[in-house]
Design a binder for this molecule. Structure first.
Ligand code: CP
Length: 360
C-alpha cells in the first residue's frame, strides 16, 4: 500500500512538498500548541500550507500514509467533544500514528487521579503528543510544564481553542485567499467562547478586519481599549465591537455564528432565549446585509433556532461541514509538525528526527 501511495505522488508534488516541509522545519518553533497568541503570521501560514498537503492526502481513495509510524497520540478529554476528539483520532490514524482516547469519566480520574499524574502516566507509556480538553482555563498550560510530550490544547474552559481557530483560518483561506482586509463578523456569546478568543488572535494576526457582536452581557471584559488591564499580555487584540447584529453584518465577507455557552454562563445574562434569538440569531433576513458572496461558518455544536436558523445553517453560503473536514487536515498538519517531521508526508521515508526520538 505504501508503494502505491508513494507512486501516486508525482515527482513535482514530492519536490514541492519537500521544499514546503523543509521550510516548515526551519521556521516551526513550537513544542506545544496552547493558543494562537504566540503564533506569528509566518507560523500560521506554515500550518495552513501544510494543511493543503494533508487535505490532498485526506482526499485520496486510500487516505493512509506512514508519516507518523511509531508516534503515539493520546486524546485526554475531560469534557465532551464530537468534532475535535474524532478529528484528532482520524488525523493520527491517516498519518499512521498510534492513537488512543481517554475520557475522564471512564479513567482513573474518577478515583481522584490528578491531571498532572494522568499526563505523566501517559508519557511513561511513551505518548509523544497529548491532546487535552479541560473545563479549567489553563489546564493544558499546567500539563505542558510537567511533561516533555507535546501538549495540544483542544479547548480549555472559556480561554482558548487554537486548533479550531487554525481550521477556521484554513477554511476561510481556501475560499478567499489572503484574509487581509476581509470583514469577519463573529456573532453570539463572545464572552464564554474559547473559539472566539483564539479566532480573534488568528484572524487579527492574518490582517482580517474583525467585528464581534453580541449583547453587552456576552462581550468579554478587556475587549474595549478603555477596559484593558495593565498587563498587556492579558489583553485581547483590537477589534470592532457591535451590539446591533444588523449593523455588524453590514458588508460581512465571513460570518461566524457562535453557540450560546449555557454550560459556562452564570444566570441573569439574558432576559430569555426567545429575546436573544430575536436580536442575535443569524437569519436569512440579517444576512441580506452581508457581502452577497459571504461565507457562513459555525464551529459546532450548533443550536439551530437560537444562534443560527436552520435554513442558514444548511444554506448555500454555509461551509460548516467543510470546516469539519478541514479540521482533520489541520490537525494532521499540527501532529506532523510537532513530531519534528522533515520528509514530505506521502512518502515512505522515516519521518523522525535524526536522534530517533519520537519528537525531538
Ligand atoms: N468545535 C468543537 O470544538 O466541537 P466539539 O466540542 O464537538 O469538539
Amino acid at each position: 500500500m505504501t508503494t502505491e501511495i508513494t507512486t501516486r505522488m508525482t515527482a513535482a508534488a514530492a519536490q514541492e512538498a519537500q521544499a514546503g516541509t523543509a521550510t516548515a522545519a526551519r521556521a516551526w518553533n513550537h513544542t506545544h500548541v496552547l493558543d494562537l497568541d504566540d503564533f506569528s503570521r509566518e507560523e500560521i501560514e506554515i500550518v495552513l500550507d501544510l494543511a493543503d498537503r494533508m487535505r490532498e492526502i485526506l482526499d485520496r481513495r486510500i487516505a493512509r500514509v506512514p508519516a507518523l509510524r511509531g508516534f503515539t497520540v493520546v486524546n485526554l478529554f475531560y469534557e465532551p467533544s464530537t468534532r475535535t476528539r474524532a478529528s484528532f483520532e482520524l488525523a493520527g490514524k491517516v498519518l499512521g500514528a498510534d492513537v488512543l482516547s481517554l475520557s475522564a469519566s471512564t479513567s482513573s480520574v474518577q478515583k481522584g487521579e490528578s491531571l498532572i499524574d494522568t499526563v505523566r502516566t501517559m508519557r511513561a507509556m511513551r505518548a509523544d503528543a497529548i491532546v487535552i480538553r479541560h473545563a479549567m482555563a489553563g489546564a493544558p498550560y499546567l500539563a505542558a510544564t510537567h511533561t516533555d510530550a507535546a501538549i495540544i490544547n483542544a479547548g480549555d474552559g472559556s480561554h482558548a481553542h487554537p486548533t479550531q481557530a487554525l481550521l477556521d483560518l484554513y477554511t476561510i483561506r481556501r475560499h478567499v485567499g489572503d484574509l487581509a482586509g476581509k470583514r469577519v463578523v463573529m456573532v453570539g456569546d463572545i464572552a464564554h467562547s474559547r473559539v472566539a478568543r483564539s479566532d480573534l488572535w488568528g484572524l487579527t494576526t492574518m490582517g482580517a478586519d474583525v467585528v464581534v457582536c453580541g449583547p453587552p452581557t456576552l462581550l468579554p471584559r478587556g475587549l474595549r481599549v478603555s477596559d484593558r488591564p495593565a498587563h498587556a499580555e492579558s489583553a485581547l487584540p483590537p477589534v470592532t465591537i457591535e451590539t446591533d447584529a444588523d449593523r455588524a453584518l453590514e458588508g460581512a465577507d465571513v460570518v461566524i455564528a457562535l453557540r450560546l455557552q449555557s454550560e459556562r454562563q452564570e444566570g441573569g445574562l439574558l432576559p430569555s432565549l426567545h429575546e436573544y434569538a430575536e436580536h442575535y440569531q443569524v437569519t436569512e433576513r440579517r444576512l441580506a446585509r452581508a457581502n452577497p458572496n459571504h461565507l457562513l461558518m459555525h464551529p459546532g455544536p450548533k443550536n439551530e433556532g437560537i444562534e443560527i436558523s436552520g435554513p442558514v445553517a444548511r444554506g448555500s453560503h454555509s461551509i460548516i461541514e467543510e470546516q469539519v473536514t478541514n479540521g482533520v487536515a489541520v490537525r494532521m498538519a499540527l501532529l506532523y509538525l510537532l513530531s519534528g517531521g522533515t520528509e514530505p508526508p506521502g512518502g515512505d521515508a522515516p519521518t523522525r528526527t535524526a536522534d530517533g526520538d519520537a519528537r525531538r
